[in-house]
Design a protein around this ligand. Structure first.
Ligand SMILES: Nc1nc2c(c(=O)[nH]1)N[C@H]1C(S)=C(S)[C@@H](COP(=O)(O)O)O[C@H]1N2
Ligand SMILES: [Mo]
Length: 318
C-alpha cells in the first residue's frame, strides 16, 4: 500500500520511521509544520500501533545502534504464545488488552486495582534507550517508553515489612494458547527485592519505538529491568504483590540450578550449559556470524546498581 508521498512503507526502515517521527515532533514544537507534511509523515502512514507521547530521558541515552523495530517485534520470548522466537508475533493478536487492570496487593497501605488509563497518567512518560540481554546469549538495544516503577511503589505505600515485589502475568488459555503447554508453571511469575524495584532503572513499560507495546512485547504493561537477564522483565502484568518473602519465580521453580532469583547479568557466572561471557547483538551485520561482543557486568549498568549487592556473593546469589 502506498501512502501520500508515494513511498512504500516497506522501503523505510523502522529506524528511519522513528527518526522521521522525532523530526516531526521537533517541527511541530517549532510551529514550522504544515498540513501537507503532517499527511506525509502521519502515523497512519507508518505506525502499526497507537503512538505514545514521551520525553526522551537523556540520562538513558546510548550511542549503540538501535535494534530495528522489525527485530524487536518479531524475535521474542513470550512462552504464553509458544516457545519459538517467531510464535509471539504470529499468535499474540489474540491477546485482549482492553479493558486491562493491574491489582496491587499485599503489604501496602494503598492496595488498589488500577485500570490502565490511570496507570498511564500516574507519572510522565519517558523514552529510555536500554540494553536488553536475554540469558540465551543475545541482546538488543531498545527505545522503551514508560516511567520508573518507583512511582507506582510510592503510590502504593509499602509497609515496613515489605521486602520483595512479585509480578504476575496474565495466564488465560483462551487468549494464550501456550499456557496449555506446561513448559513453565503458570502464571508467569517474577520478582524483585524492594530496593531493586525502587532503583530508577526499573521501568514500568507501556511502549517501544514511540508506540504502545505490540502484544508480542507484553502489552499493555510490562516490566523492563535492564541490568538483569530478560526473563526478569515480566510481560502483560495483571498483579503486583508486596511480600516479606522471596517470591517463587517461574524460571527458578522450573530449573533452580540454572536460574536463580537475582539473575543479574554477569559475564563471570556461566549458565550451567553455556558461557555468559559474550553476547550476539540481534540484527547486527553478519547475522549469526556477527562477532560476539563482550557482556558487561550488570549489562553495563554497574554504576547505578552494583551497590545493591555490595555484601553479596554473586556466584551464590545468581
Ligand atoms: N509473561 C512472560 N514474560 C516474559 C517472558 C515470557 O515467556 N512470559 N519471557 C521473558 C524473556 S526470557 C525475555 S528474553 C523477554 C523478551 O522480551 P521481548 O520479547 O520484548 O524482547 O521477556 C521476558 N518476559
Ligand atoms: Mo530471555
Amino acid at each position: 500500500m502506498k501512502n501520500h508521498s508515494g513511498i512504500l512503507p516497506s522501503d523505510i526502515t523502522p529506524k528511519e520511521v522513528f527518526e522521521k517521527r522525532r523530526q516531526l515532533i521537533k517541527l511541530a514544537a517549532s510551529g514550522a509544520f504544515g498540513l501537507a507534511n503532517a499527511a506525509i509523515f502521519s502515523r497512519a502512514a507508518f505506525a502499526q500501533n497507537t503512538q505514545l507521547t514521551a520525553k526522551p530521558n537523556p540520562k538513558y541515552f546510548l550511542t549503540d545502534k538501535l535494534t530495528s523495530y522489525k527485530d524487536v517485534t518479531n524475535y521474542n520470548n513470550f512462552y504464553e504464545f509458544g516457545t519459538d522466537k517467531s510464535d509471539p508475533a504470529k499468535y499474540a493478536h489474540t491477546l485482549k488488552t482492553k479493558p486491562w487492570t493491574v491489582s496491587v496487593e499485599g503489604l501496602v497501605n494503598k492496595p488498589k486495582t488500577w485500570d490502565l488509563d490511570s496507570l498511564l497518567k500516574l507519572a510522565p512518560m519517558e523514552e529510555r534507550v536500554y540494553r536488553f540481554r536475554c540469558v540465551e546469549g543475545w541482546s538488543m538495544v531498545i527505545p522503551w517508553v514508560g516511567y520508573s516503577l518507583s512511582h507506582l511503589i510510592k503510590a502504593s505505600e509499602p509497609q515496613g515489612s515489605a521486602k520483595y515485589i512479585e509480578f504476575i502475568s496474565l495466564a488465560d488459555p483462551k487468549q494464550m494458547p501456550g499456557v496449555n503447554n506446561r513448559v513453565l508453571n503458570w502464571p508467569y511469575t517474577e520478582g524483585l527485592r524492594l530496593d531493586e524495584a525502587m532503583n530508577d532503572l526499573s521501568l514500568l513499560t507501556f511502549g517501544l519505538y514511540g508506540e504502545v507495546l505490540p502484544n508480542q512485547n507484553g502489552a499493555p504493561i510490562r516490566l523492563v529491568v535492564p541490568w538483569k537477564y530478560g526473563f526478569k522483565s515480566a510481560k502483560s502484568i495483571v498483579k503486583i504483590r508486596f511480600t516479606d518473602k522471596e517470591p517463587a519465580t517461574s524460571w527458578k521453580v522450573s530449573a533452580p540450578y540454572e536460574y536463580g532469583f537475582y539473575s543479574n547479568v554477569n559475564p563471570l557466572v556461566n549458565h550451567p550449559r553455556w558461557s555468559q561471557a559474550t553476547e550476539r547483538r540481534i540484527g547486527s551485520e553478519g547475522g549469526i556470524f556477527a562477532p560476539k561482543i563482550k557482556t558487561l557486568p550488570f549489562n553495563g549498568y554497574a554504576d547505578q546498581v552494583a551497590h545493591l549487592y555490595k555484601d553479596m556473593d554473586l556466584r551464590k546469589f545468581y
